[in-house]
Write a protein of this length. Structure first.
Length: 431
């Protein structure tokens, strides 16, 4: 089974910024109060200058700082695998490749942006980062990155996940971070939410509001977001740039690129460097598919309009696909995909039909995950399993049509902290 490894010398030197290559200019984020375009001054209480610059940068390539590249060498370049055994089992003429991001210290692609964000904040003299986490992958990644660059870290973890996945909290504690269940008593927002509903299960939107408030009310503290924003997607493009070189080693180029979609970062990280070829006209037929859960169908059922990134309206007003900032997603197991909004960049690409989106049922996703684990040995994160299910569906189309398409997907993380979800699936309790 071929695995394509790159030498560490071949680690990308720059992030790829898709903004200058988009079909039309991005609509600016608006100030939540005035509804005028946000200014750098609006964002400076919570983000360092360099990240604010990256958020709207017109530069196609942005250099990766030396210390961040050094940190990436702990686990990058990540492997790209041709899943021949899987092709055989699926009896498909399709060729299936995957980029495996589960090799990162916290177990998912999120470490790629966590390290960059911690570094830029450290450079700006910040002492502590506040953030939210849903399933815990982002909280773990940022805890590790803060520890690596010498920052304190406070994580607001959505209450349901805090109770369902206690070991993610332990992992954050190992890295020296402070993790509380959200809504919490630590912020005015949290207190208000608890007063309205003392048993609130929390949501990503609520936890974001708490973390933003924490950062805005403490001079030495900034806020950090694990997905959605342009600079986060930017940092993830190391994935796709490596994958392009690895596909070249394999003598191949994808017809279809697939990633699961929560806020858009792992999908973008793999797909954008390939989509550059589509947008420039070099690969006009390349398809890119974002796979989301049917229970939180942001891209397939949401409205394309301005909305807040959090549940109470503290964050900038963004033009994106959204289910509404008050949408309460059902407690599905792929916690990392329970978000009401989506990245403005991915949203525009879906709107312009450059990117396709599919919504998948939870049960079929777990079936695909278990089948993949038995075939390839890797137990995927339930989030990543949405990409796997989308791959199976495309491979099945190839089986029927006899076409030998090349499919590349992002295996964004492992599922070692998701055993209770798998346990429920194996007991037949997942609907
Ligand atoms: C957080 C997470 C996701 C979803 O977030 P995106 O920003 O859409 O990538 C997907 N997979 C894993 C493993 C995650 O941790």
């Amino acid at each position: 089974m071929p695995i394509y490894f790159l030498d560490q010398k071949e680690l990308p030197t720059h992030y790829y910024n898709i903004i200058p290559d988009l079909p039309e200019p991005l609509s600016p984020p608006l100030n939540p109060k005035t509804k005028k375009p946000v200014t750098p001054e609006d964002l400076s209480p919570i983000f360092p200058a360099e990240l604010i610059k990256q958020e709207m940068s017109p530069e196609r390539f942005i250099e990766i700082p030396g210390p961040v590249r050094e940190a990436y060498k702990l686990f990058r370049p990540s492997p790209l695998i041709r899943a021949k055994r899987l092709e055989k089992e699926l009896n498909t003429p399709a060729k299936i490749y995957y980029k495996y991001e589960g090799v990162s210290p916290s177990g998912s692609h999120k470490t790629n942006t966590a390290l960059a964000q911690a570094y830029y904040n450290k450079q700006a003299g910040v002492k502590r980062l506040a953030t939210e986490t849903g399933a815990g992958q982002w909280g773990s990644a940022l805890s590790f990155a803060c520890d690596y660059f010498g920052l304190d870290c406070s994580v607001y973890m959505v209450r349901v996940s805090f109770d369902q996945k206690p070991y993610r909290k332990t992992m954050m504690k190992i890295y020296g971070a402070d993790c509380v269940a959200s809504p919490s008593e630590k912020t005015e927002t949290g207190k208000k939410l608890l007063k309205e509903n003392p048993d609130s299960p929390g949501s990503l939107g609520m936890a974001i509001a708490e973390a933003v408030e924490d950062a805005a009310t403490h001079a030495d503290t900034n806020y950090s977001l694990g997905s959605v924003l342009n600079h986060v997607l930017l940092h993830q493009t190391v994935i796709g740039q490596e994958a392009k070189k690895q596909m070249e080693m394999a003598g191949d180029y994808p017809d279809i690129v697939i990633g699961c979609h929560g806020g858009g970062s792992n999908f973008a990280g793999l797909a954008f460097p390939f989509l550059a070829d589509k947008l420039s006209g070099k690969k006009p037929n390349l398809r890119a598919i974002a796979a989301e859960p049917k229970s939180c169908p942001t891209l397939t059922k949401g409205k394309y309009e301005y909305d807040y990134g959090d549940s109470v309206g503290l964050t900038p007003y963004l033009l994106m696909y959204t289910l509404g900032h008050e949408f309460m997603p059902p407690p599905i197991h792929a916690g990392g995909l329970r978000y009401h909004g989506a990245s403005p960049i991915v949203s525009q690409l879906v709107k312009k039909k450059v990117v396709e989106a599919v919504a998948l049922e939870q049960k079929g996703v777990f079936e695909a995950a278990v089948r993949f684990a038995r075939n390839q040995g890797i137990v995927p994160a339930p989030e990543s399993a949405h990409a796997i299910k989308a791959v199976f569906d495309e491979a099945e189309k190839c089986r029927k049509s006899g076409e030998s398409k090349t499919i590349l997907f992002n295996l964004s993380g492992h599922g070692h902290f998701d055993m209770s979800a798998y346990e429920q699936y194996l007991k037949g309790e997942i609907k």
